[in-house]
Design a protein around this ligand. Structure first.
Ligand code: AMP
Length: 206
């Protein structure tokens, strides 16, 4: 199964992708996570990508496409993949069609007002990478799952969020037309409980 998760920042793509990739036994490939790890390890890609992530802007297509091409060539992608956060532009989608055409695209829809609350309240555990809303944490600095330290992503600060939402509407939303034209789009409402969104995603894929 070759899947793409499409949706604005804060729609819950990462959370849902973890469950859906386990369900279909395919690797969950998040380009955002790949960039964050490259930045942490100070690789050439990380050094180039950092300023774009800090500003909430998209990393240039050529950099992302090369990174994804290399990742999809790995053995674990032979049975398929779930791409979370890629493609984000029509040029990236066209490039992906040339590398490995997806079977289906899940678009998770959430209103901008809701996204703002989710993103400003999002906290990530530095140890297990779990994500939580700050309002649900008994202790704002401690992961309720593994006890690790939780932090706010640099690009989840209010000044960067509006740039990210604008990038989504201007550069990524055209992909909805691109994939519905190919009859590959499944639209799912992301504004309900995590378990319900998960069920709806599986139902729409069937
Ligand atoms: P995410 O974790 O998916 O919200 O991605 C975090 C940041 O990584 C984005 O704001 C971009 O700067 C960068 N990024 C991730 N995926 C892509 C992509 N497909 N194209 C361009 N930039 C990306």
């Amino acid at each position: 199964m070759k899947l793409i998760f499409l949706g604005p920042p804060g729609a819950g793509k990462g959370t849902q992708a973890a469950g859906v990739s386990a369900h279909f036994r395919v690797p969950h490939i998040s380009t955002g996570d790949m960039f964050r790890s490259a930045i942490k390890n100070e690789t050439p890609v990380g050094i180039e990508a950092k300023r774009y992530l800090d500003a909430g802007e998209l990393v240039p297509d050529s950099v992302v496409i090369d990174m994804v091409r290399e990742r999809l060539a790995m053995d674990d992608c032979k049975s398929g993949y779930l791409l979370d956060g890629f493609p984000r532009t029509v040029d990236q989608a066209v490039a992906l069609d040339g590398i490995s055409e997806p079977d289906a695209v899940v678009e998770i829809e959430v209103r901008d007002e809701k996204l703002l609350d989710r993103l400003t309240g999002r906290r990530v555990c530095g140890k297990c990478q779990g994500t939580f809303h700050v309002s649900k944490l008994a202790d704002a600095h401690t992961c309720p799952v593994c006890g690790g330290e939780v932090y706010q992503r640099e690009d989840d600060r209010p000044e960067t969020i509006s740039t990210r939402l604008r990038a989504y509407h201007e550069q990524t939303e055209p992909l909805i037309g691109y994939y519905s034209g190919k009859d590959k789009l499944c639209r799912v409402n992301g504004d309900s409980r995590v378990e319900d969104v998960f069920k709806n995603i599986l139902a729409s894929l069937e």
